[in-house]
Ligand binder design. Structure first.
Ligand SMILES: [Zn+2]
Length: 321
């Protein structure tokens, strides 16, 4: 039996679990609901019980499992696998690695969810083994993972690469982090939707406003689709979004001089439309020596990036042995 790694990606509504071969292909993947009741205390049990059950079902001997790599949202000490706080799942001061180790008796590795997505993309996705890369996830929020000199950059308290909280609008709107005018308040799906709602309030006869009246709601995807369709108001929203994002990633690039910047998350489904404009914005702001070596790409692994990155955490450890 080939050796496998277990990748786990803990999200607010589901936990994604995968068995990954040493060379990166997925042997099996599935999801379980995230049980956030009673402060998320059942989640570790749920994950291990489900993985254990699946090992039996597939007749995989536990000795073939090299370890478990876990991505979790929130503030994490990657050295110890300790989660200070993960608001979405109710954890506070949760000793995730220790608890999982007690259940499974396997080597356990923990990282922030944006960082494992970066590792996954860099291993077998759009990163192509870049030594210096930045991954940006444009979802409900904006996540960032940075690989510098071949390793994930964690920083002193796990906050390195939190690009979503770069300040871009001093007089902007409040962010979930308690700050004002963070990148996330503009460039996340939530931020694009908010810009859409603000524009609708100012332009009640616009195409987007009429659409909103009919549907009772709009999404970021609606704004992007209207922009692609030539609606001027939506085009302006996307121009602003991409301009702000392009400036932020150009600034961030000066820190690590990356060869790849990978854009993932729901908003990245806008594809070439986003990529072309973002590349132009990046090139406007980045100094020539930076932009000459840097390529911006759309992420390739979709929802699998986390479990593959989790598996890579284990692989990295095995390689070091
Ligand atoms: Zn913020």
């Amino acid at each position: 039996m080939d050796k496998i790694m277990v990748g786990v990606d803990i999200g607010g509504t589901t936990v994604k679990i995968g068995f990954i071969h040493y060379h990166g292909d997925i042997l099996e993947k599935w999801e379980i609901p995230t049980n956030t009741s009673s402060g998320g205390q059942k989640i570790v049990d749920d994950i291990w019980n489900s993985a254990h059950h699946k090992l039996n079902e597939l007749k995989i001997n536990k000795v073939s499992v090299l370890g478990i790599g876990i991505g979790a949202p929130g503030f994490i000490d990657a050295e110890t696998g300790f989660v200070y706080e993960a608001v979405n799942i109710g954890w506070k001061n949760m000793d995730l690695a220790k608890q999982m180790k007690e259940k499974s008796n396997l080597p356990i590795f923990v990282q922030n969810d944006a960082n494992i997505a970066a590792l996954g993309e860099n291993w077998i996705g759009a990163g192509n083994g870049a030594v210096n890369m930045i991954a940006v996830t444009l979802g409900t929020g904006v996540g960032g993972g940075v690989i510098a000199n071949g390793s994930i950059l964690n920083g002193e308290s796990g906050m390195a690469g939190e690009i979503g909280h770069i300040k871009v609008e001093p007089d902007g709107v409040p962010c979930n982090c308690g700050g004002i005018g963070c990148l996330e308040t503009i460039c996340s799906a939530t931020g694009i939707k908010r810009q859409g709602m603000d524009a609708i309030a100012l332009n009640p006869h616009s195409k987007l406003a009429r659409y909103y009246e009919k549907r009772g709601t709009i999404t970021a995807k609606d704004v992007i689709d209207f922009a692609k369709d030539g609606d001027e108001m939506s085009i302006q929203i996307m121009k602003n979004t991409v301009n702000v994002l392009g400036m932020a990633i150009a600034n961030m690039a000066t820190m690590i001089n990356p060869s790849k910047i990978i854009i993932g998350g729901g908003v990245s489904k806008a594809g070439e439309y986003l990529l072309d404009q973002l590349t132009a914005a990046f090139e406007k702001y980045a100094i020539p020596k930076l932009r000459e070596v840097c390529e911006i790409k759309i992420a390739q692994l979709g929802n699998d990036a986390g479990i593959i990155g989790g598996a890579y955490l284990v692989k990295q450890y095995v390689k070091e042995l």
